[in-house]
Design a protein around this ligand. Structure first.
Ligand SMILES: Nc1nc2c(c(=O)[nH]1)N[C@H]1C(S)=C(S)[C@@H](COP(=O)(O)OP(=O)(O)OC[C@H]3O[C@@H](n4cnc5c(=O)[nH]c(N)nc54)[C@H](O)[C@@H]3O)O[C@H]1N2
Ligand SMILES: Nc1nc2c(c(=O)[nH]1)N[C@H]1C(S)=C(S)[C@@H](COP(=O)(O)OP(=O)(O)OC[C@H]3O[C@@H](n4cnc5c(=O)[nH]c(N)nc54)[C@H](O)[C@@H]3O)O[C@H]1N2
Ligand SMILES: [Mo]
Length: 651
């Protein structure tokens, strides 16, 4: 079908080149004017000092940038803990893969994906579960394609028949939010067919008998009723996964962006425990992380519960090590997650925010509520490379260099590989490196940190994080990156984690992997007569997140925002491609043109988060959060679609 494009011109962004402050200090309704660096840095620091003195250290929070380098994230969390005296530091990891980290940590003691990209080339079965890697992880998907070429079979589990699913041998098109029933039915079938790996279950896991009883009711026919996936397809996946010599189970936001995201993750990990598809070359579980350095940001301690090197803040020994190194006292309690921060804003408990390279005014679920909460802060400093919607709300805007091609340092991808990045381009105007800006704000608050370069920051991290100690800049350069854990400067780390589970003695000495006893819990935002359509949101190949970076240039590849429906629904609502319609949820209303996608099913609509200046999809989404990880249910809202009246159409 030839579809007519009817794009609204997407907004384009220009790079920030100079610090900005308000004409009338303290009045965010007054316009911005350019300022000298000295003036802007002093204003930024004064506001943070004021909040700390008046309301205490926990009235401050840092949002750290998952696109910037490890070194920058290290300094940002150090600023939060040492200069401001709080553990309130987090990033977009919270909106994204926090459930993966929580689920993997609970089972294996470490939040990283267990395998290397290369291993999917040498595996027998690849399951892409709630992941559109063809669009969102194109580099990883190249490895998947090589695996398929080498003879691997691929299964895709996604409510939409995505571009990724087009490559699969079998597509399981489940109803949104029914992943636990599907996973439980797969597990039950594996056990019923006596295909589980009894030796592995016995040696390496706990809780099997309880798990077996838990999944017992999830017969193939019950699963078909709840998930919408034909029983034969569920059975086929169960047998293929269990019989494969080696299988890779990969998931992303289709699993995590739910009000029970961590439970979903546990349900998938259960399948790997049942079959022993973990801890061996070619067999593993992989949450493909989102932003280029969201893995590294967490590893560097830019999260509220971990010090650098993923060391638990509640562990006295870990805290003491950092307190001695930094000559400070670290609060012996977890700080606020991004989710907690917005909650605290609502109740006036958060007064000052330092937001580096995040755009929460547009990326948070229920964005109207998020923007209102940000507007109520006493002091908001935004450090970015573009004047985002969040930056437009700030008291002070600090222009940074881009981590990509303008800054030296390292980043860590989702196979835990730390790689060097280098400054190759001259930054625009007066833009300065994130680390230098942070250090200058710190010095105005009484902390003089001297870092000659990014390597000096990295070496401080190495001295405090055993998992990173073996990664010198020299080795990272010569070996084109190294994966953690890398404790030794002479040895190469293994490509996969948890091999110890295969050794009877070692498995017994270490922790065993518990099955997750998780139950089905449908989406919070129920569909009914008033809101009959299930909206799920996500990504397209041509654009990036809130569109700030991908919106900074014109591209013929990029089409604007649409509400996508299946052909039957378009007919049912009497709407055609390109027609503007009203899309309403229980929280907000937007208008958007219609697109027809035969990969959708009746009752299911799709929108992206890429064009919030034209169509603010997050006005529609619900802030129903996973109680363990704090991630919102971006993947399930209830909406209705209405034709516009003639006068509305004339606008
Ligand atoms: N081109 C591009 N690439 C990107 C990004 C970008 O904006 N653009 N963003 C990056 C970031 S930050 C991230 S986190 C990743 C995200 O990467 P992905 O998670 O792969 O991307 P999404 O499109 O958000 O969601 C993945 C799939 O989940 C499916 N899904 C929705 N609901 C459910 C459900 O209930 N169950 C299951 N099983 N599946 C469901 C959707 O149909 C969708 O195809 O991409 C990264 N890469
Ligand atoms: N409806 C819906 N909403 C979602 C999602 C969804 O699937 N559906 N997904 C969620 C997910 S997974 C994520 S990760 C979030 C993303 O949410 P955000 O992280 O808030 O959004 P981005 O657009 O990625 O913003 C990145 C910002 O970093 C800036 N930046 C880039 N490089 C640098 C640098 O080197 N230094 C500095 N200082 N700044 C830099 C960019 O200019 C940009 O403003 O959105 C979430 N929101
Ligand atoms: Mo993300």
């Amino acid at each position: 079908m030839k579809q007519k494009r009817r794009d609204r011109d997407p907004k384009t962004y220009a790079r920030l080149t100079h610090p900005l402050v308000r004409e009338v200090p303290g009045d965010r309704a007054s316009p911005f004017r350019t300022a000298t660096w000295d003036e802007a840095l002093t204003l930024a620091a004064d506001g943070f000092r004021g909040a700390r003195e008046e309301h205490g250290p926990d009235s401050f929070a840092m949002l750290s940038c998952a696109r910037a380098t490890n070194e920058m994230n290290f300094v940002a969390q150090k600023f939060t803990r040492v200069v401001m005296g709080t553990n309130n530091v987090d990033s977009c990891n919270r909106t994204c893969h926090a459930p993966s980290v929580a689920g993997l940590s609970a089972v294996f003691g470490s939040g990283g994906g267990t395998s290397s990209y290369e291993e999917v080339e040498h595996t027998d079965l690849i399951v892409m579960w709630g992941s559109n890697a063809r669009f969102a992880h194109p580099i990883f998907f190249q490895h998947v394609l090589k695996g398929i070429r080498n003879g691997a079979r691929m299964y895709a589990v996604d409510p939409r028949r995505t571009s990724t699913a087009e490559w699969a041998e079998s597509w399981l098109g489940l109803n949104v939010g029914t992943d636990i029933p599907l996973a439980h039915a797969v597990a039950r079938e594996i056990i019923a067919a006596d295909l589980h790996n009894k030796a592995f279950v016995e040696r390496a896991t706990t809780g099997f008998e309880e798990f077996k009883a838990l999944v017992e009711p999830w017969t193939l026919s019950l699963a078909e009723k709840v998930t919408g996936v034909p029983a034969a397809a569920v059975r086929d996946l169960a047998h293929a996964y269990a019989r494969a010599e080696r299988a890779q189970l990969c998931w992303t936001l289709g699993i995590t962006e739910h009000h029970n995201g961590t439970d979903n993750v546990r349900a998938l990990i259960n399948l790997s425990l049942l079959t022993g598809h973990v801890g061996r070359y070619g067999a593993g579980v992989q949450p493909l992380r989102g932003q280029n350095n969201v893995q590294g940001g967490g590893d560097m301690g830019a999260i509220p519960n971990r010090l650098p090197g993923f060391q638990d803040i509640l562990d006295d020994g870990h805290r003491l090590k950092f307190e001695q190194a930094w000559q400070t006292v670290i609060p012996p309690r977890y700080g606020m997650t991004l989710t907690d921060m917005f909650e605290a804003m609502e109740h006036g408990r958060l007064h000052a925010v330092y937001c580096i390279g995040e755009n929460p005014a547009q990326s948070e679920a229920d964005s109207e509520q998020a923007a209102r909460r940000l507007a109520a802060l006493d002091h908001l400093v935004v450090q970015d490379i573009f004047l985002t919607k969040t930056a437009q709300m700030a008291d002070v805007v600090l222009p940074a260099t881009a981590a990509w091609a303008e800054t030296d340092g390292t980043t860590t991808n989702s196979e835990r590989r730390v790689q060097r990045v280098r400054a190759a381009l001259t930054p625009p105007g007066e833009a300065r490196e994130d680390i230098d800006i942070l250090c200058d704000v710190a010095s105005r608050l009484g902390h003089d940190w001297k870092y000659a370069d990014a390597e000096a920051v990295w070496n401080e991290l190495r001295s405090l994080s055993p998992d990173h100690f073996g990664m010198t800049y020299d080795r990272l350069t010569r070996l084109q990156g190294l994966q953690w854990p890398c404790p030794d400067v002479d040895e190469l780390p293994p490509s996969y984690l948890h091999g110890r589970l295969w050794d009877a003695d070692e498995a017994r000495r270490g922790r065993l992997a518990p099955f997750g006893l998780v139950e089905h819990d449908p989406p919070v935002d129920l569909t009914d007569e008033a809101y009959p359509i299930r909206l799920t949101t996500g990504r397209r190949l041509d654009s990036y997140n809130t569109g700030v970076q991908s919106g900074s240039f014109a591209s013929p590849l990029r089409r604007g925002e649409y509400v996508e429906l299946c052909p039957e629904d378009a007919e049912r609502y009497g709407v055609v491609v390109g027609e503007e319609v009203r899309v309403s949820s229980r929280r907000g209303v937007v208008t958007a043109p219609v697109w027809v996608d035969p990969g959708l099913r009746p009752g299911l609509a799709f929108m992206t988060m890429h064009f919030p200046d034209e169509v603010d999809t997050n006005l529609l989404t619900i802030e129903a959060n996973c109680p363990i990880a704090g991630t919102a249910e971006f993947k399930a809202s209830a909406i209705r679609i209405e034709k516009l009246t003639a006068s509305e159409l004339r606008g």
